[in-house]
Design a protein around this ligand. Structure first.
Ligand code: ATP
Length: 232
């Protein structure tokens, strides 16, 4: 449903992705782990059209979207929620959500209601400028904004970064509710939280996918335990 084959990408002369093959089935939630600098963010930026691939393919529903500009990739059904929680700080929560629906203005009101059901904390803050929200609320808004376009594939870059455990719990509960409604690729350092919601886990190392398995399979792996699950 969503796949890359031999995907290579990077910056100027630096090749970061050195042939990434991944394949997500419709409705699957796949977590991507990897050490700092492995290329996870570069992968998300490449599939969402923010970086041009050096080579290889990206397919969404059989359509080759590799190398398309970000707005065309978004229109093809892929939403990217970047690491830095890009909300428009001076616009209200409602206006941020409405902007996420630019491709589907007719279902905007209904979709805002769905997002408030998913993230109830945003309901009391609809009229508030997004820049005055807490970090966790901004992350919820960034995810909700991505979902407003009703994407087929949602790619999320470290949604738990820097957030308190309670808020991380709320965000992962929302991801669990979205499971099987759409296809999700989740880059996450919080391996424990990721293992709980993921159907499958991939590990990236130096620009390649080096391991893939169910959370149960990988949780038994000594190296994974050591590197991501805090030993024991
Ligand atoms: P992290 O968990 O630290 O975010 P990551 O797996 O997401 O790591 P990337 O951010 O994709 O890794 O970075 C992969 C490599 O690309 C690193 O060596 C990094 O220094 C390099 N890199 C990232 N962004 C740029 C850039 N804008 N220009 C040049 N090199 C970059």
């Amino acid at each position: 449903m969503f796949e890359t084959r031999g995907l290579r990408s990077g910056y100027d002369n630096l090749e970061v992705l050195r042939g990434v093959d991944l394949s997500l089935a419709e409705g699957e939630l796949v977590a991507l782990l990897g050490a700092n600098g492995a290329g996870k963010t570069t992968l998300l930026r490449t599939v969402s059209g923010l970086l041009r691939p050096f080579g290889g393919t990206v397919r969404l529903d059989g359509r080759d979207i590799g190398g398309l500009p970000a707005e065309k990739v978004a229109a093809a059904g892929l939403a990217h929620v970047p690491e830095n929680r890009l909300v428009f700080p001076s616009l209200t929560v409602t206006d941020n959500l409405a902007l996420g629906a630019w491709t589907r203005p007719r279902t905007r009101a209904e979709d805002i209601e769905r997002m408030l059901d998913l993230f109830p904390r945003l309901r009391q803050r609809l009229g508030q400028p997004a820049g005055t929200l807490s970090g966790g609320e901004q992350q919820m808004l960034a995810i909700a904004r991505g979902l407003m376009a009703r994407p087929k594939v949602l790619v999320l870059d470290e949604p738990s970064l820097g957030l308190a455990p309670k808020v991380v719990g709320d965000i992962f509960a929302a991801l669990a509710r979205l499971r099987h409604e759409l296809t999700i690729l989740l880059v996450e350092q919080n391996a424990r939280a990721a293992f709980k919601v993921a159907d499958r886990v991939l590990v990236m190392d130096r620009g390649k996918i080096v391991m893939s398995g169910t959370p149960e399979e990988l949780a038994d792996d000594a190296q994974i335990k050591q590197a991501y699950l805090g030993g024991g």
